[in-house]
Design a protein around this ligand. Structure first.
Ligand code: ISL
Ligand code: CA
Length: 550
């Protein structure tokens, strides 16, 4: 496979609203990020991906953009942005911006014009119909068609009603997008993470969905529309190919068999996608608030299947949490007794799997889910809409609150815990925009930096090892645990090196580690102090990586 910088890089995702507040208004901002650049450099990540920082009324925390060429007032100014970009580049890191162009805000001038009358020149920038042509349900609840008083028609919104879907059929819309992309690329940014990019081409025969199976509709109805690849190729030809930048498409609804249509090296579309195989494994037909059981072997199978699907032709990005999902240690590890061990085990998976890893802010110190007792403490519109609808239906609200504690997006959106002072050192304001997780006195950056055994230093160590060992980036991958219900074990190898990785996904000591025979191996990294008596036993949440001595 061709070597490229974005395959070797490690991404760090910043959710600016919750990262660091520099001016005491309770909201994270660009100058807060500037303050912490040395911290991120010290961690050893290469690419900073910022969740949206554009002007926005914040119905969906910036994923609803009203001006693609301006910075959100709360976050700062364009000159703060220039300083941030220069500071990132001066440290040898790169900056990736979020590109949210499946929809805009309803407060964007395009939509203001579009809704003003049926013959406005911007009418066709969005999808208007006299009656809803189908039964589509929006991601954030209710019909995906919203009646608009002004012109008496309905417009399409796959997300909130303040996020109308842009009409990519219209060449003018596409040119507007390419032009705003050039605006940022010409400033010197290093790429884009593309929000719900598989949704931009709509099925214009407007097929009905199965109203009881939202999860299947994502793939069959919303994603992978008829003109999608034509659009991505056009975007690549007209914009991306003119710059040395990376792209990663957020790809809910893209099944493995379609992966290389997006990321195959011969396709000239995207460099990588974030797939949702493991992230939606626990979604029942009703979506995330309708959780279903899943098995550990299904979880492993996702990685195996995706590896086979992209093979030597394409590339993916690996992530285990982000701003839309629970904290990885609460979801797949043990956030209690074995918080540090399991956080390190998950770091091992993230950084030794094949693909470009993406670390979500706070994960490097093992931050956990939060369980607010009162719905009033939640901020995410998805959570609040679900709660309101459940109340209208007369559902059990205590049960829903428990589900929110498990799956809600605000789990990942509480402020970064910088130290043990009030509000975790995130802000000097008495009230941050969302409450800090009460466990900040124990879990925070300051204490992680003071403890050589912390999750932070484990990340830093592994990030270095990954840089020094191209086999961990480009090497082939094979799962070797044969369906164990506690062990995830795999082999990574190429001409440069060879590794065996063993991960005990349980809170029990486990025997019978299938170590390779007939070759010499040495312990390369582990999340426990090593003791020879544990040779083929793994302690709770123990992770061990062996290197083959050649
Ligand atoms: O968490 C989810 C909803 O339950 C995901 O399905 C999520 O909505 C989906 O992955 C798309 O996410 C992206 O686009 C949304 C935005 O709210 C998310 O924050 C963003 O990551 C709309 O722009
Ligand atoms: Ca601020």
């Amino acid at each position: 496979m061709a070597r490229t910088w974005w395959k070797e890089a490690v991404i760090y995702q910043i959710y600016p609203r919750s990262f660091k507040d520099s001016n005491g208004d309770g909201i994270g901002d660009l100058r807060g990020i500037i303050e912490k650049l040395n911290y991120l450099k010290n961690l050893g990540v290469d690419v900073l991906w910022l969740s949206p920082i554009y002007r926005s009324p914040n119905d969906d925390n910036g994923y609803d953009i009203s001006d693609y060429r301006a910075i959100m007032e709360e976050f700062g100014t364009l000159s703060d942005f220039d300083e941030l970009l220069a500071g990132i580049h001066a440290r040898g890191m790169k900056l990736v911006m979020d590109l949210v162009v499946n929809h805009s805000s309803d407060e964007h001038p395009w939509f203001q014009e579009s809704r003003s009358s049926k013959d406005n020149p911007y009418r066709d920038y969005y999808f208007w119909r006299p009656e809803p042509p189908n039964n589509w349900i929006s991601f954030f609840g209710g019909s995906a068609w919203q009646h608009d008083e002004q012109s008496g028609e309905y417009y399409l919104h796959l997300f909130s009603r303040k996020q109308p879907d842009l009409n990519w059929e219209n060449q003018k819309v596409r040119e507007e997008v390419y032009s705003l992309m050039r605006f940022w690329l010409d400033k010197g940014i290093d790429g884009f993470r593309m929000d719900v990019i598989p949704f931009i081409s709509k099925r214009l025969d407007w097929p009905d969905m199965d109203p009881d199976d939202f999860s299947s509709a994502i793939e069959q109805i919303y994603a992978n529309g008829p003109r999608l690849h034509e659009y991505l190729q056009e975007m690549n030809r007209k914009v991306l190919s003119q710059y040395d930048v990376m792209t990663v498409g957020e790809a809910p609804g893209v099944p493995p068999r379609l992966a290389n249509l997006y990321v195959g090296e011969d396709r000239e579309e995207l460099n990588m996608i974030f797939h949702f195989g493991h992230m939606m494994l626990d979604w029942g037909p009703g979506g995330k608030f309708d959780p279903k059981d899943w098995s550990f072997n299904e979880f492993k199978e996702v990685f195996n299947t995706w590896h086979k699907a992209v093979g030597q032709k394409g590339w993916i990005s690996i992530f285990l949490d982000n701003h839309d999902f629970p904290r990885l240690v609460s979801r797949w590890g043990n956030a209690g007794e074995y918080r540090q061990e399991s956080a390190k085990l998950l770091a091992t998976l993230l950084l030794t799997m094949r693909g470009t890893p993406s670390i979500y802010q706070g994960t490097e110190i093992g931050m956990t889910n939060v369980a607010f007792e009162h719905i009033e403490d939640y901020r995410d519109l998805e959570t609040l809409n679900e709660y309101r609808e459940a109340k209208e239906r007369g559902d059990d609200l205590d049960a829903l609150l428990k589900t929110i504690h498990q799956v809600g997006r605000d789990n990942a959106r509480t402020p970064i815990q910088w130290d043990d002072s009030s509000n975790a050192g995130f802000t000097t304001a008495s009230e941050p925009w969302i409450r800090v997780n009460p466990n900040y006195r124990e879990i925070n950056v300051k204490s992680a930096l003071a403890d050589p055994n912390s999750v932070f230093y484990y990340y830093r160590h592994l990030l270095r090892l990954r840089k020094e060992n191209p086999a961990l980036v480009y090497g082939d991958y094979e799962c070797i645990d044969e369906g164990s219900d506690w062990l995830f074990a795999y082999h990574r190898w190429n001409k440069d090196g060879e590794f065996y990785i063993y991960l005990n996904f349980s809170s029990k000591e486990q025997n019978g580690l299938p170590l390779p025979t007939g070759i010499r191996i040495r312990l390369f990294v582990s999340n426990y102090h090593q003791d020879a008596s544990f040779k083929d036993t793994l302690r709770p949440w123990e992770a061990r990586v062996y290197q083959v001595v050649r």
